[in-house]
Design a protein. Structure first.
Lengths: 393, 94
Protein backbone atom coordinates (compact mmCIF):
# COMPACT_ATOMS: atom_id res chain seq x y z
CA UNK A 1 0.00 0.00 0.00
CA UNK A 2 1.35 3.44 -0.96
CA UNK A 3 1.69 5.89 1.92
CA UNK A 4 2.98 9.44 1.91
CA UNK A 5 5.42 9.31 4.84
CA UNK A 6 8.68 10.80 6.16
CA UNK A 7 11.89 8.83 6.60
CA UNK A 8 11.34 8.70 10.35
CA UNK A 9 7.85 7.27 9.86
CA UNK A 10 9.25 4.76 7.39
CA UNK A 11 11.80 3.58 9.98
CA UNK A 12 9.17 3.29 12.72
CA UNK A 13 6.78 1.46 10.40
CA UNK A 14 9.57 -0.95 9.41
CA UNK A 15 10.18 -1.81 13.07
CA UNK A 16 6.44 -2.20 13.66
CA UNK A 17 6.05 -4.51 10.67
CA UNK A 18 8.99 -6.56 12.01
CA UNK A 19 6.94 -7.01 15.21
CA UNK A 20 9.74 -5.90 17.53
CA UNK A 21 9.20 -7.09 21.08
CA UNK A 22 11.30 -4.51 22.92
CA UNK A 23 12.00 -0.89 22.06
CA UNK A 24 14.33 1.17 24.21
CA UNK A 25 15.31 4.54 22.88
CA UNK A 26 15.84 8.13 23.90
CA UNK A 27 14.55 11.05 21.88
CA UNK A 28 17.08 13.12 19.94
CA UNK A 29 16.66 15.40 16.94
CA UNK A 30 16.23 14.50 14.10
CA UNK A 31 15.11 10.92 14.87
CA UNK A 32 12.66 11.78 17.69
CA UNK A 33 9.64 11.00 15.53
CA UNK A 34 10.72 7.34 15.35
CA UNK A 35 10.68 7.07 19.13
CA UNK A 36 7.37 8.94 19.33
CA UNK A 37 5.74 6.81 16.65
CA UNK A 38 6.82 3.55 18.29
CA UNK A 39 5.57 4.78 21.68
CA UNK A 40 2.27 5.60 19.98
CA UNK A 41 2.00 2.15 18.37
CA UNK A 42 2.63 0.46 21.73
CA UNK A 43 0.20 2.76 23.58
CA UNK A 44 -2.50 2.20 20.96
CA UNK A 45 -2.09 -1.54 21.09
CA UNK A 46 -0.98 -1.62 17.44
CA UNK A 47 2.36 -3.10 18.47
CA UNK A 48 2.71 -5.77 21.14
CA UNK A 49 6.04 -4.66 22.59
CA UNK A 50 7.69 -3.56 25.79
CA UNK A 51 8.62 0.12 25.57
CA UNK A 52 11.48 0.71 28.03
CA UNK A 53 11.89 4.36 29.09
CA UNK A 54 15.46 5.30 29.94
CA UNK A 55 17.44 8.37 30.94
CA UNK A 56 20.04 8.30 28.17
CA UNK A 57 21.15 6.60 24.98
CA UNK A 58 23.85 4.76 26.93
CA UNK A 59 21.08 3.16 28.98
CA UNK A 60 18.84 2.67 25.93
CA UNK A 61 21.36 0.49 24.16
CA UNK A 62 22.25 -1.29 27.42
CA UNK A 63 18.57 -2.13 27.90
CA UNK A 64 18.41 -3.36 24.31
CA UNK A 65 21.32 -5.73 24.91
CA UNK A 66 19.60 -7.10 28.00
CA UNK A 67 16.39 -7.60 26.05
CA UNK A 68 18.14 -9.19 23.08
CA UNK A 69 19.93 -11.58 25.45
CA UNK A 70 16.55 -12.96 26.46
CA UNK A 71 15.95 -13.82 22.82
CA UNK A 72 13.49 -11.20 21.59
CA UNK A 73 13.59 -8.89 18.58
CA UNK A 74 14.90 -5.53 19.78
CA UNK A 75 15.07 -2.07 18.24
CA UNK A 76 16.41 1.38 19.01
CA UNK A 77 16.94 4.64 17.18
CA UNK A 78 19.30 7.56 17.63
CA UNK A 79 21.33 10.36 16.05
CA UNK A 80 24.58 12.24 16.52
CA UNK A 81 25.38 12.91 20.22
CA UNK A 82 23.09 10.05 21.17
CA UNK A 83 25.00 7.66 18.95
CA UNK A 84 28.31 8.84 20.37
CA UNK A 85 26.98 8.36 23.91
CA UNK A 86 25.98 4.83 22.86
CA UNK A 87 29.37 4.11 21.36
CA UNK A 88 30.76 2.33 24.43
CA UNK A 89 27.81 -0.03 24.43
CA UNK A 90 27.92 -0.44 20.64
CA UNK A 91 31.25 -2.26 20.89
CA UNK A 92 29.76 -4.48 23.60
CA UNK A 93 26.65 -5.27 21.52
CA UNK A 94 28.72 -6.51 18.60
CA UNK A 95 31.26 -8.26 20.83
CA UNK A 96 28.41 -10.13 22.50
CA UNK A 97 26.95 -10.81 19.02
CA UNK A 98 23.55 -9.33 19.84
CA UNK A 99 21.33 -9.08 16.76
CA UNK A 100 19.98 -5.58 17.42
CA UNK A 101 18.69 -3.17 14.83
CA UNK A 102 19.17 0.57 15.19
CA UNK A 103 18.02 3.47 13.05
CA UNK A 104 20.43 6.39 12.84
CA UNK A 105 19.16 9.63 11.37
CA UNK A 106 22.53 11.06 10.37
CA UNK A 107 23.31 14.35 12.11
CA UNK A 108 26.50 16.35 12.59
CA UNK A 109 28.51 16.33 15.82
CA UNK A 110 29.09 19.07 18.36
CA UNK A 111 31.01 21.43 18.71
CA UNK A 112 29.85 23.76 17.41
CA UNK A 113 26.42 22.47 18.29
CA UNK A 114 24.51 21.50 15.17
CA UNK A 115 21.28 19.61 14.82
CA UNK A 116 21.67 19.49 11.04
CA UNK A 117 22.77 16.78 8.66
CA UNK A 118 26.02 15.10 7.74
CA UNK A 119 27.46 11.63 8.28
CA UNK A 120 30.17 12.29 10.86
CA UNK A 121 28.21 10.46 13.55
CA UNK A 122 27.96 7.02 11.96
CA UNK A 123 31.45 7.38 10.48
CA UNK A 124 32.79 7.81 14.02
CA UNK A 125 31.49 4.36 15.02
CA UNK A 126 32.52 2.54 11.84
CA UNK A 127 34.99 0.37 13.82
CA UNK A 128 32.40 -0.84 16.32
CA UNK A 129 31.54 -4.15 14.63
CA UNK A 130 28.07 -3.04 13.51
CA UNK A 131 26.85 -3.54 9.97
CA UNK A 132 26.14 -0.13 8.43
CA UNK A 133 23.53 0.31 5.70
CA UNK A 134 22.93 3.74 4.12
CA UNK A 135 19.59 4.61 2.51
CA UNK A 136 19.04 6.96 -0.40
CA UNK A 137 15.28 7.48 -0.03
CA UNK A 138 12.38 6.67 2.27
CA UNK A 139 11.49 3.48 0.39
CA UNK A 140 14.97 2.18 1.13
CA UNK A 141 14.54 3.08 4.81
CA UNK A 142 11.49 0.88 5.32
CA UNK A 143 12.84 -1.92 3.11
CA UNK A 144 16.30 -1.87 4.72
CA UNK A 145 14.81 -1.78 8.22
CA UNK A 146 12.89 -4.99 7.51
CA UNK A 147 15.92 -6.65 5.90
CA UNK A 148 18.13 -5.49 8.80
CA UNK A 149 16.34 -7.79 11.26
CA UNK A 150 16.88 -10.82 9.06
CA UNK A 151 20.53 -9.92 8.42
CA UNK A 152 21.12 -9.30 12.14
CA UNK A 153 19.44 -12.48 13.28
CA UNK A 154 21.07 -14.74 10.72
CA UNK A 155 24.58 -13.34 11.33
CA UNK A 156 24.24 -12.57 15.06
CA UNK A 157 25.48 -9.05 14.39
CA UNK A 158 23.92 -5.67 15.18
CA UNK A 159 22.83 -3.58 12.20
CA UNK A 160 22.60 0.20 11.80
CA UNK A 161 20.21 1.60 9.23
CA UNK A 162 21.51 5.10 8.45
CA UNK A 163 19.69 7.84 6.59
CA UNK A 164 20.34 11.55 6.22
CA UNK A 165 18.69 13.65 8.90
CA UNK A 166 16.05 16.13 7.64
CA UNK A 167 16.78 15.38 3.98
CA UNK A 168 15.08 12.02 4.52
CA UNK A 169 14.00 11.96 8.16
CA UNK A 170 11.71 14.97 7.76
CA UNK A 171 10.81 14.77 4.08
CA UNK A 172 7.66 12.96 3.04
CA UNK A 173 7.65 10.72 -0.01
CA UNK A 174 5.39 8.13 -1.49
CA UNK A 175 6.45 4.82 0.01
CA UNK A 176 5.20 1.38 -0.88
CA UNK A 177 4.58 -0.07 2.60
CA UNK A 178 4.78 -3.88 2.59
CA UNK A 179 1.77 -5.80 3.90
CA UNK A 180 2.04 -7.33 7.40
CA UNK A 181 1.46 -10.85 6.07
CA UNK A 182 4.33 -10.54 3.62
CA UNK A 183 6.71 -9.21 6.27
CA UNK A 184 5.68 -12.05 8.63
CA UNK A 185 6.61 -14.50 5.90
CA UNK A 186 9.92 -12.75 5.32
CA UNK A 187 10.71 -12.49 9.04
CA UNK A 188 9.65 -15.59 10.98
CA UNK A 189 9.58 -15.27 14.80
CA UNK A 190 13.09 -14.94 16.11
CA UNK A 191 14.84 -17.27 18.51
CA UNK A 192 18.30 -16.42 19.89
CA UNK A 193 20.27 -19.66 20.30
CA UNK A 194 21.83 -18.72 23.67
CA UNK A 195 18.91 -16.85 25.23
CA UNK A 196 18.93 -16.28 28.98
CA UNK A 197 16.78 -18.96 30.56
CA UNK A 198 16.93 -20.13 34.19
CA UNK A 199 16.37 -23.73 33.01
CA UNK A 200 19.50 -23.58 30.85
CA UNK A 201 21.95 -21.18 32.47
CA UNK A 202 24.55 -19.49 30.27
CA UNK A 203 27.25 -16.91 30.89
CA UNK A 204 27.05 -13.83 28.66
CA UNK A 205 29.79 -11.21 28.91
CA UNK A 206 32.58 -13.29 30.42
CA UNK A 207 36.11 -11.90 30.71
CA UNK A 208 38.27 -12.34 27.62
CA UNK A 209 41.60 -13.22 29.18
CA UNK A 210 44.74 -12.76 27.02
CA UNK A 211 44.60 -16.45 25.99
CA UNK A 212 41.18 -15.93 24.34
CA UNK A 213 40.58 -12.24 23.57
CA UNK A 214 42.38 -12.08 20.23
CA UNK A 215 40.49 -15.13 18.92
CA UNK A 216 37.13 -13.54 19.72
CA UNK A 217 38.09 -10.32 17.96
CA UNK A 218 39.20 -12.36 14.95
CA UNK A 219 35.90 -14.23 14.94
CA UNK A 220 33.97 -10.94 15.14
CA UNK A 221 35.97 -9.49 12.25
CA UNK A 222 35.38 -12.67 10.25
CA UNK A 223 31.65 -12.53 11.00
CA UNK A 224 31.35 -8.89 9.89
CA UNK A 225 33.32 -9.55 6.69
CA UNK A 226 31.27 -12.66 5.94
CA UNK A 227 27.98 -10.86 6.55
CA UNK A 228 28.47 -9.37 3.08
CA UNK A 229 27.16 -12.59 1.55
CA UNK A 230 24.15 -12.61 3.87
CA UNK A 231 23.32 -8.98 3.05
CA UNK A 232 23.32 -9.83 -0.67
CA UNK A 233 21.25 -12.98 -0.09
CA UNK A 234 18.68 -11.16 2.04
CA UNK A 235 18.52 -8.30 -0.50
CA UNK A 236 17.77 -10.81 -3.26
CA UNK A 237 15.12 -12.65 -1.24
CA UNK A 238 13.50 -9.32 -0.44
CA UNK A 239 13.48 -8.51 -4.15
CA UNK A 240 11.85 -11.83 -4.97
CA UNK A 241 9.09 -11.27 -2.45
CA UNK A 242 8.50 -7.52 -2.66
CA UNK A 243 9.84 -6.65 -6.11
CA UNK A 244 12.64 -4.37 -4.94
CA UNK A 245 16.06 -6.02 -4.93
CA UNK A 246 18.97 -4.69 -2.88
CA UNK A 247 22.71 -5.27 -2.96
CA UNK A 248 25.92 -3.85 -1.55
CA UNK A 249 25.88 -0.85 -3.88
CA UNK A 250 23.99 0.65 -6.77
CA UNK A 251 26.01 1.13 -9.95
CA UNK A 252 24.76 3.85 -12.27
CA UNK A 253 26.40 3.98 -15.72
CA UNK A 254 29.67 2.60 -14.35
CA UNK A 255 30.20 -0.08 -17.00
CA UNK A 256 32.16 2.01 -19.50
CA UNK A 257 32.85 5.05 -17.30
CA UNK A 258 36.15 6.94 -17.44
CA UNK A 259 35.18 8.87 -14.34
CA UNK A 260 33.27 7.33 -11.42
CA UNK A 261 31.75 9.28 -8.55
CA UNK A 262 31.13 7.58 -5.19
CA UNK A 263 28.51 8.71 -2.68
CA UNK A 264 26.59 7.29 0.28
CA UNK A 265 23.00 8.11 1.21
CA UNK A 266 20.63 10.77 -0.07
CA UNK A 267 23.22 12.58 -2.22
CA UNK A 268 22.84 9.92 -4.88
CA UNK A 269 19.52 11.15 -6.30
CA UNK A 270 20.84 14.59 -7.21
CA UNK A 271 24.19 13.26 -8.38
CA UNK A 272 22.43 10.89 -10.81
CA UNK A 273 20.91 13.95 -12.53
CA UNK A 274 24.39 15.39 -13.02
CA UNK A 275 25.61 12.04 -14.38
CA UNK A 276 22.70 12.11 -16.86
CA UNK A 277 23.65 15.64 -17.89
CA UNK A 278 27.21 14.61 -18.74
CA UNK A 279 26.11 11.39 -20.40
CA UNK A 280 23.93 13.48 -22.75
CA UNK A 281 27.07 15.43 -23.63
CA UNK A 282 28.81 12.14 -24.39
CA UNK A 283 31.08 12.17 -21.36
CA UNK A 284 31.56 8.74 -19.79
CA UNK A 285 30.65 9.51 -16.17
CA UNK A 286 29.25 6.95 -13.75
CA UNK A 287 28.14 6.76 -10.12
CA UNK A 288 28.46 4.22 -7.34
CA UNK A 289 25.94 4.74 -4.58
CA UNK A 290 27.40 2.70 -1.74
CA UNK A 291 24.66 1.08 0.32
CA UNK A 292 26.74 -1.06 2.66
CA UNK A 293 29.70 0.67 4.29
CA UNK A 294 30.39 -2.01 6.91
CA UNK A 295 31.31 -4.67 5.91
CA UNK A 296 33.21 -2.62 3.34
CA UNK A 297 32.77 -4.25 -0.10
CA UNK A 298 36.33 -3.52 -1.24
CA UNK A 299 36.50 -6.18 -3.94
CA UNK A 300 33.10 -5.38 -5.42
CA UNK A 301 33.87 -1.67 -5.41
CA UNK A 302 37.18 -2.18 -7.23
CA UNK A 303 35.28 -4.26 -9.79
CA UNK A 304 32.63 -1.56 -10.18
CA UNK A 305 35.33 0.99 -11.01
CA UNK A 306 36.38 -1.26 -13.90
CA UNK A 307 38.71 0.62 -16.19
CA UNK A 308 37.89 4.08 -14.84
CA UNK A 309 40.76 6.55 -14.95
CA UNK A 310 39.60 8.69 -12.05
CA UNK A 311 37.35 8.13 -9.05
CA UNK A 312 35.92 11.00 -7.01
CA UNK A 313 34.60 10.23 -3.54
CA UNK A 314 32.05 12.80 -2.36
CA UNK A 315 31.22 12.50 1.33
CA UNK A 316 29.64 14.28 4.26
CA UNK A 317 32.26 13.48 6.87
CA UNK A 318 35.93 13.91 7.59
CA UNK A 319 38.36 11.84 9.60
CA UNK A 320 40.12 14.69 11.37
CA UNK A 321 43.82 14.69 10.62
CA UNK A 322 43.34 12.45 7.58
CA UNK A 323 40.88 12.52 4.67
CA UNK A 324 37.19 11.65 4.37
CA UNK A 325 36.42 8.32 6.02
CA UNK A 326 34.88 6.78 2.91
CA UNK A 327 37.88 7.94 0.86
CA UNK A 328 40.18 6.03 3.23
CA UNK A 329 38.32 2.81 2.61
CA UNK A 330 38.08 3.37 -1.14
CA UNK A 331 41.85 3.88 -1.18
CA UNK A 332 42.35 0.61 0.67
CA UNK A 333 40.06 -1.14 -1.83
CA UNK A 334 42.51 -0.18 -4.57
CA UNK A 335 45.73 -0.89 -2.67
CA UNK A 336 47.89 -3.44 -4.51
CA UNK A 337 45.70 -3.12 -7.63
CA UNK A 338 47.68 -3.56 -10.85
CA UNK A 339 46.02 -0.60 -12.49
CA UNK A 340 44.25 1.76 -10.08
CA UNK A 341 42.37 4.93 -11.00
CA UNK A 342 43.46 8.30 -9.67
CA UNK A 343 41.57 9.22 -6.51
CA UNK A 344 40.00 12.52 -5.53
CA UNK A 345 38.16 13.31 -2.32
CA UNK A 346 35.48 15.95 -1.84
CA UNK A 347 34.20 16.85 1.62
CA UNK A 348 30.78 18.49 1.49
CA UNK A 349 27.49 19.12 3.19
CA UNK A 350 28.83 19.34 6.75
CA UNK A 351 26.15 20.55 9.15
CA UNK A 352 23.64 20.69 6.26
CA UNK A 353 25.72 23.00 4.08
CA UNK A 354 23.88 22.84 0.74
CA UNK A 355 25.41 20.55 -1.84
CA UNK A 356 24.59 22.17 -5.17
CA UNK A 357 24.50 20.92 -8.75
CA UNK A 358 27.25 23.43 -9.57
CA UNK A 359 29.50 21.83 -6.94
CA UNK A 360 28.94 18.36 -8.34
CA UNK A 361 29.75 19.66 -11.84
CA UNK A 362 33.00 21.03 -10.36
CA UNK A 363 33.74 17.53 -9.02
CA UNK A 364 33.15 15.96 -12.43
CA UNK A 365 35.34 18.61 -14.13
CA UNK A 366 38.20 18.00 -11.69
CA UNK A 367 37.93 14.23 -12.13
CA UNK A 368 37.80 14.51 -15.92
CA UNK A 369 40.87 16.73 -15.86
CA UNK A 370 42.72 14.28 -13.62
CA UNK A 371 41.76 11.44 -15.97
CA UNK A 372 43.06 13.46 -18.94
CA UNK A 373 46.31 14.72 -17.43
CA UNK A 374 47.01 11.71 -15.23
CA UNK A 375 47.58 14.08 -12.34
CA UNK A 376 45.68 15.04 -9.19
CA UNK A 377 46.37 18.61 -8.15
CA UNK A 378 44.59 18.51 -4.80
CA UNK A 379 43.59 15.19 -3.26
CA UNK A 380 41.12 16.54 -0.71
CA UNK A 381 38.89 19.50 -1.45
CA UNK A 382 36.04 21.00 0.53
CA UNK A 383 32.94 21.92 -1.45
CA UNK A 384 30.89 24.97 -0.58
CA UNK A 385 33.50 26.17 1.91
CA UNK A 386 33.37 29.94 2.37
CA UNK A 387 37.06 30.34 1.73
CA UNK A 388 37.43 33.98 2.78
CA UNK A 389 36.08 33.06 6.23
CA UNK A 390 38.84 30.53 6.84
CA UNK A 391 41.61 32.68 5.35
CA UNK A 392 42.06 30.74 2.13
CA UNK A 393 41.31 33.73 -0.10
CA UNK B 1 42.47 -29.93 10.90
CA UNK B 2 39.99 -31.82 13.04
CA UNK B 3 41.76 -30.56 16.13
CA UNK B 4 41.48 -26.96 14.94
CA UNK B 5 37.77 -27.40 14.25
CA UNK B 6 37.19 -28.95 17.66
CA UNK B 7 38.94 -26.10 19.39
CA UNK B 8 36.99 -23.58 17.34
CA UNK B 9 33.72 -25.24 18.22
CA UNK B 10 34.42 -24.36 21.82
CA UNK B 11 34.41 -20.63 21.02
CA UNK B 12 30.72 -19.76 20.84
CA UNK B 13 29.53 -16.47 19.33
CA UNK B 14 30.05 -13.53 21.66
CA UNK B 15 32.10 -15.66 24.07
CA UNK B 16 28.93 -17.23 25.45
CA UNK B 17 29.62 -20.01 27.96
CA UNK B 18 26.92 -22.67 28.12
CA UNK B 19 28.39 -24.75 30.94
CA UNK B 20 27.70 -23.32 34.39
CA UNK B 21 30.36 -23.00 37.08
CA UNK B 22 33.22 -21.86 34.84
CA UNK B 23 34.64 -19.43 37.42
CA UNK B 24 35.25 -22.39 39.73
CA UNK B 25 37.87 -23.61 37.27
CA UNK B 26 39.85 -20.40 37.51
CA UNK B 27 42.01 -20.88 40.59
CA UNK B 28 42.66 -17.31 41.57
CA UNK B 29 44.83 -18.34 44.54
CA UNK B 30 47.86 -18.03 42.30
CA UNK B 31 47.35 -14.26 42.12
CA UNK B 32 48.16 -13.94 45.84
CA UNK B 33 51.25 -12.14 47.12
CA UNK B 34 50.19 -12.19 50.76
CA UNK B 35 48.31 -14.97 52.53
CA UNK B 36 45.91 -14.58 55.43
CA UNK B 37 46.79 -16.85 58.35
CA UNK B 38 44.21 -17.53 61.07
CA UNK B 39 45.25 -17.71 64.70
CA UNK B 40 43.05 -20.64 65.76
CA UNK B 41 43.19 -19.70 69.42
CA UNK B 42 42.16 -16.08 68.90
CA UNK B 43 39.34 -16.73 66.37
CA UNK B 44 35.90 -16.41 68.02
CA UNK B 45 33.96 -17.66 64.95
CA UNK B 46 32.03 -14.37 64.69
CA UNK B 47 31.94 -14.77 60.84
CA UNK B 48 32.55 -11.09 60.11
CA UNK B 49 35.45 -12.08 57.82
CA UNK B 50 33.21 -14.65 56.13
CA UNK B 51 30.69 -11.92 55.42
CA UNK B 52 33.25 -9.50 53.98
CA UNK B 53 35.31 -11.93 51.86
CA UNK B 54 34.68 -10.85 48.23
CA UNK B 55 35.73 -14.25 46.87
CA UNK B 56 33.71 -16.59 49.06
CA UNK B 57 37.10 -18.04 50.04
CA UNK B 58 36.38 -18.38 53.76
CA UNK B 59 34.63 -21.45 55.15
CA UNK B 60 32.41 -21.05 58.19
CA UNK B 61 33.51 -22.51 61.54
CA UNK B 62 35.40 -21.83 64.72
CA UNK B 63 38.09 -21.27 63.71
CA UNK B 64 37.25 -20.14 60.14
CA UNK B 65 39.19 -21.81 57.30
CA UNK B 66 40.72 -19.98 54.34
CA UNK B 67 40.32 -21.59 50.92
CA UNK B 68 43.77 -20.92 49.47
CA UNK B 69 42.73 -22.24 46.05
CA UNK B 70 40.70 -19.08 45.48
CA UNK B 71 41.88 -16.54 48.08
CA UNK B 72 43.55 -13.64 46.19
CA UNK B 73 45.12 -12.26 49.36
CA UNK B 74 43.25 -8.96 49.37
CA UNK B 75 43.54 -8.73 53.15
CA UNK B 76 40.00 -7.55 53.85
CA UNK B 77 39.48 -10.40 56.35
CA UNK B 78 42.54 -9.31 58.37
CA UNK B 79 41.32 -5.71 58.27
CA UNK B 80 37.79 -6.46 59.53
CA UNK B 81 38.63 -9.11 62.17
CA UNK B 82 37.60 -7.53 65.53
CA UNK B 83 40.06 -9.65 67.57
CA UNK B 84 42.99 -9.43 65.11
CA UNK B 85 42.99 -13.21 64.66
CA UNK B 86 44.05 -12.98 60.99
CA UNK B 87 47.46 -11.74 59.95
CA UNK B 88 48.82 -11.32 56.42
CA UNK B 89 52.05 -13.19 55.69
CA UNK B 90 54.29 -12.68 52.68
CA UNK B 91 53.97 -15.52 50.13
CA UNK B 92 57.11 -17.39 49.16
CA UNK B 93 59.04 -16.28 52.23
CA UNK B 94 61.25 -18.99 53.63
Amino acid sequence: MKQFITGNEAAALGAKLARVKVVSAYPITPQTVIVEKLAEYVANGELDAEYVMVESEHSALSACIGAAATGVRTYTATSSQGLILMSEIMFIASGLRMPLVMANANRSLSAPLSIWNDQQDSMAVRDSGWIQIYCQDNQEIIDSSIQAFRIAEETLLPVMVCFDGYILSHTAENVDVPEQGGVDKFLPPYKYPYALDPEHPVTIGAVGVPEYYEEFRYLLQEAVLKSKEKIVEVGKLFGKQFGREYGLMECYHTGDADVVLVVMGSLSGGVKDIVDEYRKQGLKVGLVNLRVFRPFPAKELAEAFGGAKAVAVIEKDVSMGSTGGLFLDVSVALANAKKAPLLLNFICGLGSRDVTAAQIREVVKSAVEAAKTGEVKEVVRWLGLRETMVGLK
Amino acid sequence: MSKVCKEREKLLPGAVIVEPGCSERTETGSWRSQRPVVDEKKCTGCMICWMYCPDIAIKKGKPVKIDYKYCKGCGICAEVCPVKAIIMEQEGKK
